[in-house]
Design a protein around this ligand. Structure first.
Ligand SMILES: CC(C)(COP(=O)(O)OP(=O)(O)OC[C@H]1O[C@@H](n2cnc3c(N)ncnc32)[C@H](O)[C@@H]1OP(=O)(O)O)[C@@H](O)C(=O)NCCC(=O)NCCS
Length: 188
């Protein structure tokens, strides 16, 4: 388990998706490969449509560059469902920076941001595909708890659906550094 009090080398820099950051965001989305997302690659037309439609910043969404102290910009984190009491996120580290231990500090920085800047948020959620081992390890190492396993809940283009695995973290666990378990054995 990662020491959650460790100061992260990664900070979030809010980006302006339809203004000064539009070009860099488009480049990132359309040149990277995301093997565990519903869409592995994103066309320029689809990325433009999503950006201009508010998918990266509107009432429900906000997006940040992940800036590493030494490596510079290593990826993006997007918050979703911001008008609900329980936000979700999408984390995308650039391919050249994957597998180097940056996932946990990135998720810790994002979790800190949500709980520090959104006082009304008492829990924060994320989902990933069941075979996204790196992301599932990141969730566990960052103190998040598996709360759901939706069998065949993740569509796969040209293949059989995979399971979608849901994780969450409570504000009170984030504050105290503890982990509240899910009561799985609670059949009446
Ligand atoms: C998923 C992602 C955030 C993980 O971050 P990362 O920096 O690449 O992962 P890390 O190097 O921190 O590795 C985390 C753990 O996964 C393991 N791991 C890393 N890459 C792996 C791989 N390809 N296969 C299996 N395990 C892997 C590491 O050994 C480490 O294990 P440990 O906890 O036992 O030490 C990053 O790879 C990414 O952005 N991928 C593309 C987008 C994506 O899938 N996002 C998730 C959407 S929610």
């Amino acid at each position: 388990m990662t020491d959650r009090s460790t100061t992260s080398a990664i900070r979030l820099v809010r980006l302006d998706p339809t203004g000064s950051d539009r070009g860099a965001l488009l480049l990132f989305l359309t040149t990277e490969d995301f093997p565990f997302h519903v869409r592995r690659t994103i066309s320029t037309a689809d990325a433009e449509r999503a950006i201009d439609g508010g998918a990266y910043r509107d009432d429900d969404h906000d997006t940040f560059w992940l800036e590493h102290d030494e490596l510079g910009r290593i990826g993006i984190a997007r918050l979703e469902d911001l008008s609900d009491p329980v936000p979700l996120f999408d984390l995308r580290i650039a391919g050249s920076h994957r597998g180097h231990g940056l996932g946990v500090p990135a998720l810790l920085a994002l979790t800190d941001h949500v709980f520090r800047t959104m006082p009304e948020v008492t829990r924060f959620e994320g989902q990933t595909r069941d075979d996204n081992t790196a992301m599932r390890r990141v969730f566990a190492d960052a103190g998040w708890v598996k709360e759901a396993h939706y069998r065949e809940g993740w569509p796969v283009a040209g293949g059989s659906p995979r399971a979608s695995v849901g994780y969450g973290i409570l504000r009170r666990d984030w504050e105290t550094g503890t982990t509240t378990p899910v009561p799985w054995d609670d059949s009446p």
